[in-house]
Design a protein around this ligand. Sequence first.
Ligand SMILES: [Ca+2]
Ligand SMILES: [Ca+2]
Ligand SMILES: [Ca+2]
Ligand SMILES: [Ca+2]
Length: 478
Amino acid sequence: MATTNLKKKYRILPVAISILLALALVITTTQSGAQNKLKDRLAASGQKSSGRLEEALKSRLNPAPPARIKAISQPVGQPAGPKYSSEKVLVKFKPELTTQSTENILRAYQPRDFKLIPRINVYVVKIGEGTTVEETLAALKNNPDVLYAGPDYKLRLAAQPNDQLFRYQYALYNPGGTLQIPGSPTGKSRADIKATGAWDFAKGDPNLLIAVLDSGIDYTHPDLASKVISTGRDFINDDNDAMDDHWHGTHVAGIIAAATNNTEGIAGVAWDCRLLPGKIISAEGEGDYSDLIEALIWAADYSSGQAKVGVINMSVGGDQPDQALRAALEYAFNKGIVLVAATGNDGLAGVLYPAAYDEFCLAVSASDYNDAVADFSNSGPEVDVTAPGVWVLSTIPLAMTEPGYLPYAFASGTSMAAPHVAGFAALVKASKPWLSPGDIMKLIKYTPDDIETAGRDDYAGYGRINTERALSPFKIVK
Ligand SMILES: [Ca+2]
Ligand SMILES: [Ca+2]
Ligand SMILES: [Ca+2]
Ligand SMILES: [Ca+2]
């Protein structure tokens, strides 16, 4: 049988160190003044849950009121919402006029209100009833006493999702400071991938699938159920049910595309995209090249209605090159799929395969909450970019979750870094579908924030990814 001949002696391993310190976040509530505050702590693995958890879990408080959330289906490249206020204009009069005369002129327009901004002598004028900003501006611009009249442009707020645990996701938005959990690190402000800025321009597309070739996905998870297109394919047990019996794939999947802005759990990078699980890692955390190879072809050929795979995430690696693996990568690449892989966690020079295949894969190393590359992250000339891979919060299988605990955990590894890039690639591909995988690789490589030694280096590659820079039409790309 062909399948048997394909079997390789080489092993692949998931590229995560382990679940870090904890199985889950425990959230309890206390009343403090008018505000509910969430008090969080980490529960050590195996530790019993406290008595108030059941109740606390039900209350599901949002930590902060959500900032303005913009409509999801905005045209690509356009900032969401109106560009300027429909009620106010800004006016400046010629400097030789007295305040009294300028205010008399303004009153002639019957404004609802106006005020003067000192120092620069600009009026903020609330326009009269029954008139529009456009009409008011046209009239003001015809007035010879007016030096300048213009609309009151909107400031843009970065789209911030309302997911309950979003504030722990420094990788997406790092406000600096501690994560408010005992023992957690202190982060550098804006050492993050600028996801909130990117989401103003792109939230992905449900028909763009990210195949997660890993240990499977718990597709019953409350933050994943709506995002997993099918039960996928299990290449380990040869069935059509890629339920995760390890934990790794579920964690990776959540980073890429957990249900976002659903008040539950975490936000995923690829807000609107969906996931396809291919199980190539066993319950014991091991896999064979042959399963990865077979899964690459399967994912590249997969379609369901309008949905097809645009990105493949491989948070797995082995130390041997392999012609069949290379051929499978080439096949998927030539079908227009962006391939993302982890560099490995040996803390050594030497990028694992498939990440080391420069022509087909984006090789992703792991950085931390301070924009430093993690000690465990493998280095080498094949490293393209880095992304957060230390203390990354994501989903874990319900079957692994202690009663009364939330099904989320922190983990570290280049396995946690690669999915940030996979989600990023999905946002790019969904918003610029005309770009080839090679073009998307270039865009991702040439838009990061340079970290570590100046210029491209073998630890961070071109730097820590900056999703906003790549997706914003208004930012100049260096
Ligand atoms: Ca199965
Ligand atoms: Ca969520
Ligand atoms: Ca490379
Ligand atoms: Ca650098």
